[in-house]
Ligand binder design. Structure first.
Ligand SMILES: NC(=O)c1ccc[n+]([C@@H]2O[C@H](COP(=O)([O-])OP(=O)(O)OC[C@H]3O[C@@H](n4cnc5c(N)ncnc54)[C@H](OP(=O)(O)O)[C@@H]3O)[C@@H](O)[C@H]2O)c1
Length: 234
């Protein structure tokens, strides 16, 4: 593409999201760094911009339909194009001793951020991408949402990551032949706030397959689940 591509990365102020912003901007892509806290986003974007990378911050709370709509209206009307959407923002808020009613609330809150937000963002991104017949949507999933690898515990997080995989499959099927490629990625166990102590993967490695999927060539895959650039079982 001759003109500068535009990417939105949700939860771009820290962790894997921040590293994805760095990697995409390093390829000359103009990155809109979404963050639910405007001040934290501005600090992160300033840090990357100071290194000469084309990054700007935008307030975007993916648990809020209003915040998502406002941001996507701005993209459509003022930015005028969107090539890449990285649905990275996510929460894992399980408590081991929650009673069933508390557990249900945790499931609701987790689904709101990890599934419904990315779903709405994708729905609003597609018409903008479709107008240029070019788009990449990357959904941050996890092996914890893989039905093949499923185990005990973390019901809310597992449901949400299995759910985002369904979003990937449905949106990929609905956009087939439109130049839009939609995939899920398991970044591995990455050294972030969520990954916690003991995580084995560097941020750079955790973000690598995300960046690869965000910059796939036109004949790249769609509707699949990847780890380390290889398709894995759902
Ligand atoms: N780390 C791992 O080992 C691992 C493994 C598999 C999958 N993943 C997935 O990878 C993604 C990134 O994880 P991470 O490890 O980088 O997590 P992290 O360090 O905890 O960072 C999470 C990011 O999401 C943002 N966020 C949370 N709720 C949000 C909301 N409502 N609106 C906007 N932003 C929100 C956070 O913003 P604040 O700074 O405001 O909190 C933060 O920027 C997640 O989807 C996670 O499930 C991670």
């Amino acid at each position: 593409m001759a003109e500068q591509r535009i990417a939105i990365v949700t939860g771009g102020n820290r962790g894997i999201g921040l590293e994805v912003c760095r990697q995409l901007a390093g390829r000359g892509i103009r990155v809109i760094l979404g963050s639910r806290d405007a001040a934290r986003g501005a600090v992160a974007a300033r840090e990357l911009a100071a290194a000469g990378l084309p990054v700007e911050a935008r307030q975007l709370d993916v648990s809020s339909a209003k915040s998502i709509s406002e941001c996507m209206n701005w993209v459509r009307n003022d930015v005028g194009r969107l090539d890449i959407l990285v649905n990275n923002a996510g929460v894992m808020i399980e408590e081991g001793d929650a009673d069933p009613l508390e557990e249900l609330e945790i499931i609701r809150e987790t689904m709101q951020t990890n599934v419904y937000g990315p779903f709405l963002l994708s729905r609003l991104a597609i018409p903008i991408m479709k107008s240029r017949r070019h788009g990449r949507i990357v959904n941050l999933s996890s092996s914890m949402g893989s039905l093949t690898e499923i185990g005990a515990g973390y019901i809310a997080y597992r449901l949400s990551k299995a759910g985002i995989n369904v979003v990937t499959r449905v949106i990929a099927a609905e956009t087939e032949g439109m130049g839009i490629l939609v995939n899920s990625v398991d970044p591995g166990w990455v050294q972030t706030g969520m990954g916690g102590r003991g995580a084995t993967r560097t941020l750079e490695k955790g973000a690598e397959t995300v960046t690869w999927l965000a910059t796939l060539p036109d004949d790249g895959p769609t509707g699949a689940f990847f780890r380390d650039r290889k398709a894995i079982a759902w």
